[in-house]
Design a protein around this ligand. Structure first.
Ligand code: MF3
Ligand code: CO
Length: 250
């Protein structure tokens, strides 16, 4: 069941989204060679608490930290580690959720660590642009498939692939609600978008094959071919006046 939100509820979700954005920004600013993914998680965690919210990922299905941090060939759900130290040229995906007033915000971004290769730069820019392609289709009357199709086309025409096994999702009083929002699909297919729907759109884009594997920790998703992967995500409300990004910085 898709749970629609009133405009008052969307206002509350904006508060959760803003804290999510600020925590993501704080952690992102700390990305540099030598820092551990554990330290980045701590920065985001502390910022979420300082702003009065709760880190939704901490303890979710037993997840041990407040952020997912996925370096290079890790796609999503990387577990922050005291021994994982970033080095120049890494790309670092940070994904986090904050909950306040009973609602969640969910956002992710892949940050460059120091100077990265031109190929990696292009991957980051193209994945972020694919997210915006998806957001541009998040208007009332469109279908879920319009979003996925726009993302997939943008990504594949540039020679990359989209992950199939994990998707975007509804966001609200739960971090994950219906509908599922795949990063692939066909225009005109799937559930109709209507005002009051709030969804996370989150392309996971691989440099090589779309195939993924899950590590023995049962969380970390990696590319099957070991090539780089990037992840950008925003929580977006569908309104009469078009998409509203709830996890924007202001
Ligand atoms: N924030 C992730 C998402 O984009 C979910 C993280 S799963 C968790 O949907 F267990 F780490 F919380
Ligand atoms: Co999400």
């Amino acid at each position: 069941m898709i749970i629609l939100k009133s405009s008052k509820e969307i206002m509350l979700m904006k508060a959760a989204g803003l804290i999510t954005a600020r925590a993501l920004e704080a952690a992102g600013k700390a990305v540099r060679p030598g820092v551990t993914t554990w330290e980045l998680d701590k920065i985001a965690h502390d910022e979420i608490i300082r702003l009065g919210a709760i880190p939704s990922c901490l303890g979710y299905d037993g997840f041990p930290n407040s952020t997912c941090i996925s370096v290079n060939n890790k796609v999503i759900h990387g577990i922050p580690s005291r021994t994982e130290r970033l080095k120049e040229g890494d790309i670092v995906s940070i994904d986090l959720c904050a909950c306040i007033g009973g609602f969640h915000g969910d956002s992710a971004r892949t940050f460059p660590c120091g100077e990265i290769s031109d190929d990696a730069k292009r991957l980051l820019a193209d994945t972020e642009a694919a997210l915006w392609e998806g957001i541009s289709k998040a208007t009332a009357g469109n279908k879920i498939g319009d979003i996925g199709s726009a993302v997939q086309q943008y990504v594949e025409t540039r020679g990359y692939s989209v992950v199939r096994e994990f998707t975007g999702h509804g966001v609200g009083a739960s971090m994950h609600e219906e509908p599922s929002v795949p990063n692939y699909g066909r225009p005109g297919r799937g559930a109709r978008l209507s005002p009051g729907m709030v969804i996370a759109i989150e392309p996971m884009v691989n440099m090589g094959t779309h195939e993924i594997e899950i590590l023995e920790d049962e969380w970390t998703v990696v590319t099957a071919d070991g090539k780089l992967s990037a992840h950008f995500e925003h929580t977006v409300a569908i309104t009469e006046n078009g998409p509203v990004i709830l996890t924007a910085l202001e």
